[in-house]
Design a protein around this ligand. Structure first.
Ligand SMILES: [Zn+2]
Length: 312
């Protein structure tokens, strides 16, 4: 999968939509596509590649992922040829490919379609894939349909795991990091300036810019009293003191989060290492990393910056 940044998917701002049967419908929002993976396909009626490869690829994914909880939508992003790529083409194209999914029309003469600016797309055909936590995990002219089919199938299993009593282990962590994270309980999104005004310089450096506090710099390492450790930024309960252990690493260490959905995982190849970064799944605060050398029951060591936590 092509993924450069994994930023949060912006809400859709496309105003004109038809539903899966071709009838007018209210403007589609991301939540209307369900809690699972979402695929948005951008086309223009007169774009040859959209018909030669784009729609067949989309149809392949829709058929293979039927009933797997993946949401699909198509948007005509008109950045040229407004006289050819008209609203009327939506239903015509929907019928031609037998696609019973929402179609939107995004464009105006002389202005860029909102999807192109919001999602920074480069033309058509264009595929956007969003994971269950709302992050853009693919955005490109092409998409590997078989990879999407595999990851959405894996995510369905991962989602079941997230909702059940813990088979949380290293394999599960790597699956989330590679194929998309479990859905968060809620989201808390603020601007960098808002975070900066709420946090001290050191808190901001660690939690919002992926910094690392100095080892053994916090008394929290040696604290084992009962209670919960919340996200410093958004106050979401992340870890229970019952899962805390003395790793002698210099950073507070836990075997598992309070529920699987509150932590997100990202492959981190900085500093010449292959590691898995952990972030708050609600507000994207950098927490630390997770390693496969922890004690039972999970065998995991969540190595967390004390600065990113507050004890409740
Ligand atoms: Zn948070």
């Amino acid at each position: 999968m092509k993924s450069s940044e994994h930023r949060q998917a912006p809400e859709l701002r496309v105003s004109h939509w038809i539903d899966g049967e071709g009838n007018p419908r209210a403007p589609l929002k991301l939540a209307d596509l369900g809690p699972g993976h979402k695929v948005i396909y951008c086309f223009q009626h007169w774009c040859p590649g959209c018909h030669a490869s784009g729609f067949p690829t989309l149809k392949r994914m829709i058929e293979a992922l039927d009933g797997k909880g993946v949401g699909f939508a198509v948007v005509q992003t008109v950045f040229e040829g407004a006289e050819e790529n008209t609203v009327e083409r939506l239903h015509e194209t929907q019928t031609r490919y037998g696609l019973e999914i929402p179609f939107g029309h995004d464009g105006g003469v002389g202005e860029q379609p909102s999807i192109m600016s919001d999602y920074r797309t480069g033309g058509t055909p264009w595929f956007i894939v969003i994971d269950p936590s709302g992050r853009i995990i693919h955005s490109d002219f092409r998409v590997d349909a078989e990879a999407v089919i595999a990851l959405a199938g894996n995510a369905e299993q991962a989602g079941r795991a997230a909702g059940s009593a813990l088979p949380l282990n290293w394999k599960q962590v790597v699956t989330w990091a590679k194929h998309g994270n479990p859905a968060p309980p809620r989201r808390d999104e603020r601007t960098e300036n808002e975070w900066r005004s709420l946090l001290t310089k050191e808190q901001y450096r660690v939690a919002r810019t992926k910094g690392t506090e100095r080892a053994f710099s916090s008394e929290m390492c040696g604290l084992f009293e009962p209670g919960r450790y919340h996200c410093l930024c958004c106050d979401t309960p992340l870890f229970d003191a019952g899962s805390k252990f003395d790793s002698r690493s210099g950073w507070p260490s836990f075997t598992d989060p309070v529920t699987p959905g509150v932590v997100a995982y990202h492959l981190d190849t900085t500093h010449g290492m292959q590691r898995v970064e952990t972030t708050c799944n609600v507000c994207d605060a950098h927490l630390g990393h997770v390693f496969p050398d922890g004690p039972q029951p999970t065998g995991l060591r969540y190595c967390i910056n004390a600065v990113s936590l507050k004890k409740a």
